[in-house]
Each structure stands twice: as structure tokens, then as C-alpha cells.
Design a protein around this ligand. Structure first.
Ligand code: GLA
Length: 709
């Protein structure tokens, strides 16, 4: 329903803050119960002539937009000179959104400081590892450790909150944008030293953790500790790993400083920031999630077709899992989150409406993909489907990045799909807080990804996230829904837990994995796991270090095949071994598959170990997706047996259940309510008709809903 069109608050620039209006949790929108699914995207009317906003309003109504992200890059407009604020334009934008029934995710603009600010405070510009202070002229030119930047960020956030605390359009605070700018300046050096003092207490512990005795790198004074700037040869791996951890914490501190001023002024409005995916992102979402009212992610697949659907599911399952962990950590005394709130509050804050230019690749979206990807996120728990951006820009650095309203205008297939998705989401609000039912879990740890990117490893190209993505992809194709877990968290109660390349394995993680198996769970551990402790120090005595007893194996040495080489295996269904190989001795486990060629011929390649009442499997080589599918099927039984690419995600709430069906294949497929885990009287919310005899067309979708008593 669209709201009435009251005139928005008309306050002069710099007017004092009105007494904060008590805001009910429901008023905040989907993050905390109540309200429709969010649909919309980044909205930057400041790029367009004033009269374009009237057309925007009409098109947003037509598309069913419910949320617009405003102000992400608007710092120079909000504060054109130090301490001078100009809000009239933003008042106008928010008032118009409100009159048209659209809520606002109001951003703090701190990802892009104004040019005047960089000129006045050049020490806030980031410094590269080579010691080059970057020139202002693009975005993200900030150092979270520079005091002037920290102070200005909190000040502009406070000014926004003072101005809009009472604005009826305000639904969500969007702090900053994709925290991630690296800096190696002297402010960072000081903050890094403080962080290290907290972590290690003294220099002896630091020297021990970083093994500085090697290469005579002993640190004798804190002043010698610097960010990992460019060095003659390899840096100490412990140093580089700790710097990434530090950056995550430093950025979290910057986020929390803004969140605190926003929360103090608008206690009922949820606060978030949007995570980017990618190796450059020095953010540990498990550590951040408890500090966010909901998790927000930006996701851009870098492969077309089915692979894009798999990547979408991977990102969405990660986001939901971070959100679940965050909500659980926030709940008092470990109690479950309140029943009227999602157990896993998260939203896809940005996705592409059309072609994506990413990592040097051009990835177009085929007809139907806009809806399937948007719906795919919602299926996996997103509180809506949001895009970057509403209108494609005419100029600027991202003038060819796609938008919901393309350059061609609303008379376009993209905008028609946008309208289709908006109309569909308007019918799915009932599922918003429903639980996503997972039946397998995968461990993911950003620290392992960072550690496997260090320049001191037994082979190049090692990849924890890649291994997690492969496990996820294989499970996705088998029809399973995955939950991710941090290694130190108690694994969720699922029949199957996969541990891919868990290079850093803490004692706690090893205990948790053992407890899961002992209690009857199935565990599948892949090579590169258990090797080092959280400092990155190798656990000696045989690999896989911390997990030897649990897996019943001892690995004497690595023997990876040459790039491109494949090693034959004794079980044809497993294909060939590739990328990695190990000389495995069993110490309680039984060999399920052996290497049958090359220097490892006769050695176990895949083992199985009964541990307590469960079974722990170990995979000492790399497999193709088909080979890994066979291993996971041997370990945990086959999946539901749907055609690969027919994605079904089940969600349930007390007395109701939904099944989201996304057909990423080129053929129509019948879907029976029972196959999707629903009672026979389910209705397809897409058509409004009973689901009996349902065939989901090639590239199509259905959302089944049923009462469950
Ligand atoms: C990111 C950013 C946006 C925009 C898009 C473009 O996710 O947050 O500002 O640059 O990418 O794809």
C-alpha cells in the first residue's frame, strides 16, 4: 500500500534536532519485524536534473519499489565546507520518497570524503605499501586510523541523524559503503602497534608468534613494528596475517563509532553496512555480525549462466549464516532471537540489474536472470532484493554499470523484469521472517583465506574460499541447502559438515569438529586443513596437525602433481586426483580410495574413520566437481535427486512453509509439492493457482506456499 503524501519536515538548514520521536521496532522495517520485503536500490538523484525525480517517483511506484538507498556518495553535498551542512536537497529527496511510499536506507557518506576535506587533511589519504600517498580524485580515499577522518565521519553521521531522526522515510542506516580501503601510513602504524600490544602483551610473545628468530627479524622496540610495507623479499607471514586481522578490527571500530552516534539518536532504526566479497576485503564478517542489526552484502557474480546462480546461492548462504551467528550473539544469554524477528536478518544491498563488468570480465544477464537472482537471495533469507543502482548513470566512473532503469529508459526488458520482480516480491512478504531450512554445513573462515594468500606456502594458488565454494556448488547441485559456520562455533545440527582447506585450525575448532563427529555427525575434511595454529605456525608431528586423531591419518609429506597433471585413483567415480597429493598413512582410518599412479601409487587418497558414533572422512587430493559429488554422496547419501539446476529452497515459520523453485535449466520441469517438502494443497504464489500439476518453465520460477497445521 502506498502512503499518503504529507509534506515532509520543512526545517531550515542547521535547525536544532527535534525531540526524537519514539520509534516502534516495527516502524524500522523488515530488520525487526513488520513491513514488506525491501525492493529498490541505490538512488542518486543528485546526478540528474531536479525534474527527473518526478519521473523516478512514478517509475518507482510502477515497479513497486519500497526502499531506496540514499546519500552514499553525497558528502560534498551534505557538508560543502567544514561544519557547514546543506540539507535542503536531501530533505526534498526524502520527502518525495515518503510521499510515494518509499522508505530510505540513509547512508552516511564516509566512503568518499569531499575534495575539500582531502585537501585540508592530506594525512587522511591512504598510503600504499610502497609508501605512495594516493591522490584524491576517485572514491574510497580514506584511512580509518587518521584522527581527522575518524572525527569527521562521526560528525557527519551525527549531523545526518540529528536532521533525520524524525523523518518518516528513514528505515535503515547504511553506514559507509564496502569498508575495505587499505592504508600503510604512520597513523596505521601506531594503531597497529596498539592492536598488537593488546593481542600479545609484550614483544617476546609477538616475536614468538611471528617466528622472527628466522632471518634475524627480532623486534626489540615497538617502534620497529610497521604495517607490512614493501620489503626486499618475503615479509613474515604472521606479520601480514595479523595486519589483515588488525585492519578488520580497525574498520569495525570505525563502523561502531558511527553506529553508536546513530543508535543514540535513533534507537529504533537498524544500522548496517554493506560487505563486499573479494580477496581485497579485509573484513571478518563473523566478528562484525554481532555489531550489525542486520547483515548487508553486495553481490556481483563474475560468471554467467548456471555458475552465476551457484555464486548467488553461495553468497546468500554466507550472508545468512553471518546474520544467524550475529543474531545469536546478540540474543541475551544465548536465547533464540525473539519470535517476531528473523533468526538470520540480512539483505542483499546491491546486485546488478543487467550487465556486470567485474574483474576484467563482462557478464551479461540473460532474460529472467534478474528475477531469478533477486528471488534466489530472498529464497535464502534476504529481507528483500536491492540493486546498484536505480538509474544507470549518464556520466562518471560507473556510467556503464547497469541500473534498474537503463539508459534506454523504462521501455526496456530490464525495466519490465524489474517490475515483474517488484510485483512478485509484493506477494512474498509473509515469508520474510521464515527460517531457511539447511541440511548441510560448510566451514568458512576468512582468516584461512587470508593465510592461504600469504607468500610462504607449500604451493601457489591455494584457496580456502575456492574450496568452500566448490563444496557449496556440489551440494547445491545435489539439491542440498547449505549453512556456513565459523570454525570455532558449534557446528549447526546437520547431518553433514564439510571442512574445506581449514589451514588455520585452533584447538577449539579441532575440539568442536571432534564433538560433532563423536555425537554421530558426518565430517568431510579436505587437504590443507589442520596444518597450522591460528598464528600460522605449523603443527609438527605429521599433517593434518590438529585433526590427525579425529581423522585417523598421519601425512608424512606433500606430493602435489604438476599443474594440469591428473593422478589416477582406484575408484572410477572419484575421477582423478589433481592440484594436490599427500603421502597418507592410516592410523585408525580405512582407505576408501587409493592413488594408483605416480609417486603416491598405493597410498590412501580418501579415508574414512569411525570416531565416536560418527564418521570422519579425509580427502588428500583435489577432485573435479563430479568426483567431490561422489565423495559427498558416499559420505552422506544422495541428495533429493532433482535435475541439476532446478533450485528448491524451503522456508518455514510456525504453521506455514514455502518452497522457492528456481529453474536455471533450459527445460521445463514438473515440481510436486511433496518433492519440495510441502503438503499437497500448496499454492503457487506466482500464479495464485494450486500447485498440483505444476511445471516450472525453462528459466522460470515458482513460490509454493502451504499451511502446515
Ligand atoms: C559496489 C559499490 C557500488 C558500485 C557497484 C558497481 O558494490 O558499492 O558503489 O560501485 O559496486 O558495481
Amino acid at each position: 500500500m502506498r502512503g499518503p503524501e504529507p509534506s515532509g519536515p520543512q526545517r531550515p538548514e542547521g535547525a536544532p534536532r527535534p525531540a526524537p520521536r519514539p520509534r516502534s521496532e516495527g516502524a524500522a522495517g523488515p530488520a525487526s519485524g513488520g513491513g514488506p520485503l525491501w525492493f529498490g536500490g541505490d538512488y542518486t538523484p543528485e546526478q540528474w536534473p531536479e525534474d527527473a525525480q518526478a519521473e523516478d517517483a512514478a517509475l518507482m511506484r510502477r515497479a513497486g519499489v519500497t526502499l531506496a538507498t540514499v546519500g552514499v556518495f553525497a558528502w560534498p553535498l551534505i557538508e560543502p565546507a567544514e561544519g557547514r551542512y546543506t540539507f535542503a536537497w536531501l530533505d526534498g529527496v526524502l520527502d518525495r520518497l515518503h510521499r510515494n511510499g518509499v522508505r530510505a536506507a540513509l547512508a552516511t557518506p564516509t566512503a568518499s570524503p569531499p575534495l575539500w576535506f582531502s585537501a585540508a587533511y592530506p594525512d587522511t589519504l591512504p598510503v600504499t605499501a610502497d609508501g605512495v600517498r594516493i591522490t584524491p580524485g576517485s572514491r574510497d580515499a580514506y584511512c580509518v586510523c587518521a584522527p581527522a577522518y575518524a572525527e569527521a565521519s562521526v560528525r557527519v553521521a551525527a549531523a545526518l541523524a540529528d536532521r533525520y531522526a524524525d523523518h518518516p522515510a528513514l528505515a535503515l542506516w547504511h553506514v559507509h559503503n564496502e569498508y575495505g580501503t587499505w592504508c600503510h601510513c604512520d597513523h596505521v602504524a601506531r594503531a597497529f602497534r596498539d592492536w598488537l600490544r593488546d593481542r600479545y602483551g609484550g614483544l617476546d610473545a609477538l616475536n614468538d608468534a611471528w617466528t622472527t628468530a628466522f632471518w634475524g627479524r627480532r623486534v626489540t622496540d615497538w617502534a620497529q613494528v610497521l604495517p607490512p610495507r614493501t620489503t626486499q623479499y618475503r615479509s613474515d607471514p604472521g606479520h601480514v596475517l595479523d595486519f589483515r586481522r588488525f585492519l578488520s578490527d580497525a574498520m569495525l571500530g570505525a563502523y561502531r563509532a558511527q553506529r553508536d552516534v546513530l543508535r543514540a539518536r535513533t534507537p529504533g532504526v537498524p544500522v548496517t553496512t554493506n560487505f563486499a566479497f573479494g580477496d581485497w576485503v579485509p573484513v571478518d564478517p563473523w566478528r562484525w555480525a554481532p555489531h550489525l542489526d542486520l547483515v548487508a552484502v553486495d553481490h556481483y557474480p563474475d560468471r554467467p549462466g548456471r555458475a552465476a546462480a551457484e555464486q548467488t546461492a553461495f553468497a546468500a548462504d554466507l550472508a545468512r549464516s553471518w546474520a544467524r551467528a550475529g543474531a545469536a550473539a546478540r540474543a541475551p544469554d544465548g536465547a533464540a532471537p525473539a519470535a517476531d524477528r528473523p533468526a538470520h536478518p540480512w539483505v542483499v544491498m546491491e546486485q546488478a540489474a543487467g550487465v556486470v563488468y567485474t574483474g576484467g570480465r563482462v557478464v551479461p544477464k540473460a532474460p529472467g536472470e534478474l528475477v531469478r537472482h533477486g528471488l534466489g537471495h530472498v529464497a535464502r533469507g534476504s529481507l528483500g532484493a536491492l540493486f546498484f543502482q536505480w538509474r544507470e548513470s549518464r556520466g562518471g566512473a560507473e556510467q556503464w554499470i547497469s541500473g534498474m532503469v537503463p539508459h534506454a529508459g523504462p521501455g526496456s526488458a530490464v525495466f519490465r523484469e524489474v517490475c515483474d520482480l517488484g510485483a512478485l516480491l509484493a506477494r512474498l512478504g509473509g515469508a520474510r521472517d521464515a527460517e531457511v531450512a539447511a541440511d548441510a554445513a560448510v566451514v568458512w573462515d576468512p582468516e584461512c583465506q587470508w593465510a592461504l594468500g600469504l607468500p610462504s606456502l607449500p604451493a601457489p594458488g591455494l584457496d580456502h574460499t575456492g574450496a568452500a565454494a566448490q563444496a557449496h556448488r556440489v551440494l547445491w547441485r545435489s539439491g542440498r541447502t547449505v549453512e556456513f559456520t565459523a570454525p570455532d562455533a558449534v557446528p549447526p545440527r546437520v547431518p553433514l559438515l564439510v571442512v574445506p582447506a581449514l589451514y588455520l585450525t585452533s584447538d577449539t575448532a579441532a575440539e568442536r569438529l571432534a564433538a560433532h563427529t563423536e555425537a554421530g555427525g558426518t565430517l568431510v575434511v579436505t587437504h590443507l586443513s589442520g596444518l597450522a595454529d591460528p598464528r600460522g605456525t605449523v603443527r609438527t608431528g605429521g599433517y593434518p596437525g590438529a585433526l590427525r586423531g579425529l581423522l585417523g591419518v598421519r601425512v608424512e609429506r606433500f606430493h602435489p602433481p604438476a599443474p594440469g597433471e591428473e593422478v589416477p585413483l582406484s575408484e572410477p567415480g572419484y575421477g582423478t586426483g589433481r592440484r594436490w597429493g599427500e603421502h597418507v598413512h592410516t592410523t585408525g582410518a580405512e582407505a576408501v580410495v587409493r592413488y594408483t599412479g605416480g609417486p603416491l601409487a598405493g597410498c590412501p587418497a580418501v579415508t574414512r574413520h569411525r570416531f565416536g558414533t560418527g564418521i570422519a572422512w579425509y580427502l588428500s587430493t583435489g577432485l573435479s566437481d563430479a568426483g567431490l559429488a561422489r565423495l559427498l554422496a558416499d559420505a552422506a547419501g544422495p541428495g533429493p535427486g532433482r535435475p541439476p539446476g532446478l533450485e528448491v529452497v524451503r522456508r518455514r515459520a510456525p504453521g506455514e512453509a514455502w518452497a522457492f523453485v528456481l529453474n536455471h535449466t533450459e527445460a521445463a520441469h514438473p515440481v510436486a509439492a511433496a518433492d519440495a517438502g510441502l503438503p499437497p494443497d500448496a499454492v503457487d504464489l506466482v500464479t495464485g493457482r494450486p500447485a498440483t500439476g505444476l511445471r516450472v518453465p525453462a528459466g522460470g520460477w515458482a513460490v509454493l506456499h502451504a499451511r502446515t497445521g
